[in-house]
Design a protein around this ligand. Sequence first.
Ligand code: C2E
Ligand code: MG
Ligand code: MG
Ligand code: MG
Length: 286
Amino acid sequence: YAAKAGREGVHVYVPDPHGGTGDRLRTMEELRTALTRDDELLVHLQPQVDLTDGRVVGVEALVRWNHPTRGLLSPAQLLPAAEQAGLLRPLTDTVLELSLRAVAGWWESARVPVSVNLSAANVSDLDLPSKVALALVRYGLPAQALTLELVEDTLMGDPERGRTVLGQLRRLGVRTSIDDYGTGYSSLAYLRSLPADELKLDRSLTQDVGRDPRAAAIVRHTVALAHDLGLSLVAEGVEDAPTAAVLAELGCDVAQGYAIARPMPVDDFLTWLATPRPFLLEQARP
Ligand code: C2E
Ligand code: MG
Ligand code: MG
Ligand code: MG
């Protein structure tokens, strides 16, 4: 639930394993400093593959903080501090910058777009579309090089404004993706009015499709719904090849998860991308 606390609108007190409120305050100050430097925040990249042929069709950028004394911190460890300190907008600016810089490194040789996660503070930011447009120009990238992910709850605060911001981003040509689909509060109502190109089905629904017919039924129907709405369906949290095979069978378009690769540093991803490997579903066949 720590990750959920990072999304605005959901305020959960996450016990800090490193101590009490004093430590939390220190973390917030340290993060503020880290955001002004360019050597502590980084992204790890996790590939997404087409389930029909194994092609790499995208990569998700996941923020990490290389803390001077505490080591590599995960989003669950840093997002709550970022939210409390009101630093989610600068954090996204940094992640966007790091992600586009990474894509610019391979775009000429591989047309693999990057997905960046947004929080509620970003979706309510009327300056986001122009910030994104300028960042794309700075890296000489077309808008198709970027996908922005948001969870449905992100829009709850000010749905009207959120739709305006997302609409402007899509007019630029940036793709939008509904993350962790199936865990929000009003999935269907949002789907109807949300400008999006992609649905990412939450791991809690995808991981059991091999053993639970009810999970499989939900996935099958969500695939049909997504396709009827013209959205592509990404299954997240795919941990093994047999599960990927069932998800492919159920019509999912794209898979992301440990079965394909764990999130990795940018340099490792470049090596991964350049290394030929058998298609995941070949391994699933007996
Ligand atoms: P998410 O966007 O749903 O990202 C997927 C999370 O699931 C990542 O955790 C990833 O490492 C993990 N994951 C991927 N494949 C598997 C798998 O096969 N099995 C399991 N058990 N887990 C898998 P991570 O990196 O800890 O990120 C957690 C959440 O933090 C993300 O969930 C996203 O909501 C948020 N987040 C990450 N980076 C950013 C960011 O730059 N900005 C914002 N606002 N949120 C971020
Ligand atoms: Mg995501
Ligand atoms: Mg997700
Ligand atoms: Mg998730």
